[in-house]
Structure formats: C-alpha cells, structure tokens
Design a protein around this ligand. Structure first.
Ligand code: OGA
Ligand code: MN
Length: 209
C-alpha cells in the first residue's frame, strides 16, 4: 500500500471536527492522483454495465423509486476487485481502527459502493440508519468529480439533527472531497445533479458480518 495516498494528519484534523460537530469534511485526506484513478475506475465499471439501479428500504420493503433515489451503484467486494480498490479498502480499515481509537465506537466492519448519479438524479432527504437497525454508525463519502462547477448541482445538503428543515451546510461533490458524519443523526439529501456525479459511499458498522 502506498502511504502517500492518505494523509493521516489531515484525518486527525477531521476527527477533531467530528468530535465537536458529529460531521466533518476535508479536501486533502486522499491524494489527488489516487482519487483520479478511483474516478476513472468508477466511470469504466459503470460504462461496462456493472452498476445497478439503487434501491431503498430492505427485506420486503426493498424497492426502486428513481424519483426518490436515482443513483446506480456497485458494491466493492473484498474478494473481487482491483489492486486500486484493495488499497482503498485497506485505507478504510485503517480509518475504522482510528475511529475506534478516537471515539470508542466498537466498529467491526464497513460496507461501501461506487455510486453514479446520471443527469437529473438526486436522493431525497433521508437518514442512513435503516429503521429498526442501528448498525450503521459513521457514513463516509469520497467525491470523484474532477471538473465540477457550481451550476452542476449535486450538492450534499446536511440538515440539523432533530430539525430537519434547518440546513447546516451544502457540500460540492468535487474530486477528493471527503465527508464523515454520524449515520443516525443527520437528515441529508443529494440535490438534483445536472452532470454525471461520481462518488464512493459507505458505512462503518458495529455489527459482525
Ligand atoms: C447515500 C447518500 C450522499 C452523497 O448514498 O445514502 O446519502 O452525497 N449519499 O452521495
Ligand atoms: Mn445517505
């Protein structure tokens, strides 16, 4: 694994924010070169037809509603992926251990997928913890859009816990922007995107697989 793909000092700084605000954002945790490679891989796998329309709910309530959630996803799988994805997964394992050291979260594993929102897609306001299950503790998102501009839409809107109409911030999905937040607290929404919008999203969980 190349150490210069991830900046652990910047990660520490993010953790300081996370401790105070329960969310944090940084543009320099992952190197630009590494993010560009992930972006290329995401686009290629999408173009090869490997992504699937994302669904909402789970079990018997699982269904697709493109008007609520319009992205296409591909789960990263330990057993079946490239050296590039392997190094991303090993960085996430490092992150999991650091989160446990700093916040005593008892995290045991993570799940993560590439996501691509085609033009016109978004994701309505929601909380990431599935109802009746508190296993998702920390949400992370790494954005992979090199030439993003303001008019392209696709911002991540974060709302106040318990006050879902009070906007805290809007984050642009530009290449290398990395976001962490408590999965059980923050209502959030992906604004309608006018360009294809690429990212890797995932969750650190405290249940065993
Ligand atoms: C999600 C989600 C936010 C984003 O996949 O649950 O909220 O900015 N993604 O992609
Ligand atoms: Mn979400």
């Amino acid at each position: 694994m190349e150490q210069n793909q991830i900046n652990l000092i910047e990660l520490e700084r993010m953790f300081d924010d996370l401790a105070v605000n329960n969310w944090a954002s940084s543009a320099s945790v992952f190197s630009k070169d590494f993010c560009q490679k992930l972006a290329q891989e995401c686009q290629r796998l999408h173009d090869e037809g490997q992504f699937h329309q994302a669904s909402i709910g789970r079990g018997v309530t699982k269904s697709t509603h493109t008007e609520i959630r319009g992205d296409f996803t591909l789960w990263l799988d330990e057993k079946n992926n490239s050296p590039l994805q392997q190094s991303f997964l090993s960085h996430l394992q490092t992150l999991l251990e650091q989160l446990n050291q700093s916040f005593y979260l008892g995290l045991k594993r993570f799940e993560t997928h590439f996501a691509l929102y085609p033009p016109g897609a978004g994701y309505d306001k929601h909380i990431d913890n599935h109802r009746g299950s508190g296993a998702r503790k920390i949400t992370f998102i790494l954005y992979l859009n090199e030439h993003w501009q303001k008019g392209h839409g696709g911002e991540l809107s974060l709302y106040q816990p318990d006050q879902e109409n009070v906007l805290i911030t809007q984050i642009e999905p530009t290449l290398g922007t990395f976001v962490l937040f408590r999965s059980d607290l923050f209502p959030h929404q992906v604004e309608k995107s006018f360009q294809p919008r690429l990212s890797i999203t995932g969750w650190f969980r405290d249940d065993a697989s």
